[in-house]
Design a protein around this ligand. Sequence first.
Ligand code: GTP
Ligand code: MG
Length: 268
Amino acid sequence: MAFVNFVTKNLAIKIVYYGPGLSGKTTNLRYIYSKLDPDSRADLICLETDTERTIFFDLLPVKAGLIGDFKVHFQLMTVPGQVFYEASRKSVLKGADGIVFVADSQVPLLDANLENFDSLRRNLLEHNIDLNFIPLVFQYNKRDLDNLIPVETFNNLLNPRNFPYVESAAIYGQGVIETLKEISKLTVPAVREKIFGKKKEEVKPKEKVKMEEEKIEVMEPASKKEVELAAAQKTAPLRMTKIKFKSQKDIEEELEKLAKEFIAKDKN
Ligand SMILES: Nc1nc2c(ncn2[C@@H]2O[C@H](COP(=O)(O)OP(=O)(O)OP(=O)(O)O)[C@@H](O)[C@H]2O)c(=O)[nH]1
Ligand SMILES: [Mg+2]
C-alpha cells in the first residue's frame, strides 16, 4: 500500500523490479538513474556484493508528478535474484504497489524465470496480495543476445492474462523507460483509486497525473551502437549505503526509513 502523508501532501508509490538472478533488474535502475535530472531523483542506493550482485535491495526514489495537490514519488526497488535471498525478496515486496517482472530471455534460463515467477506469486500471497490483482508489467530483457526465448512462449507461460510486456536490452537502455511508463500507467490510477476513492467526478482536470512526459521522451533509449552509455551507467556515482542488521525486521525498518527519507526532504 502506498505511503501517504496528508499533512505534507506527499504520496510514495512503491514499484518492485522482480526477477531471477542477473536478469537485469539493477541495470534498469542504473539506467533510469543516469537519465534522470538530479532534481527529479535522489541517490541510487545499492546494497551489493563485490561482484555487483544485489544483496538486499536497490532503491531509487523518483519524483513523478502530482495527483491532485499531492506530490507523487516512485520508490523503485529491486530484489536480489539469487535463490538464497528469498527472505529479502519477501521483505522488499511488502507494501508493493506495482511489479515489473524482469525476465532473462536466454533459452537456458527459461526454468529460472518460471521458478522465480512462482516465487513472486508465493511471496505476494504471504503479504495477502493476489498476483492477479496487482499492477504488473513484464520486461523480456537481453533481447540483444542470441538464442532467445520467443516472446510468444514467454507470454503463454508467464503472461496468459495479457499484462503489458516490453522487449528490452536494458544494458543499452532499450525498453527501460518504456517499461517504467507502462508500470506507471497501471499503478498510478490503482493507487489513486485506493487512496482517494473511485469517484472520477471528484477529480478536477488539473488533478490528472502529470508524468513529466516531455522529460521522459528526452530519456528515450540511445541507439545500440552507444555502448559507451552502458559503460557510463556503470561509472555513474552511486551512494552506497551499508546496513547492519540483526533480523529481517531490521531490514524492513531500515527500508521504510530510507523510502521516507527522500519525500521528507521534499517539502516545498
Ligand atoms: N547482454 C545484456 N546484458 C545485460 C542486459 N541487462 C543486464 N545485463 C548484464 O547482466 C548482468 C546482471 O545485471 P544486473 O542488473 O546486475 O542483474 P540483477 O537482476 O540485478 O541481478 P541480481 O542482483 O543478482 O538479482 C550485468 O553484467 C549486466 O550488465 C541486457 O539487456 N543485455
Ligand atoms: Mg541486482
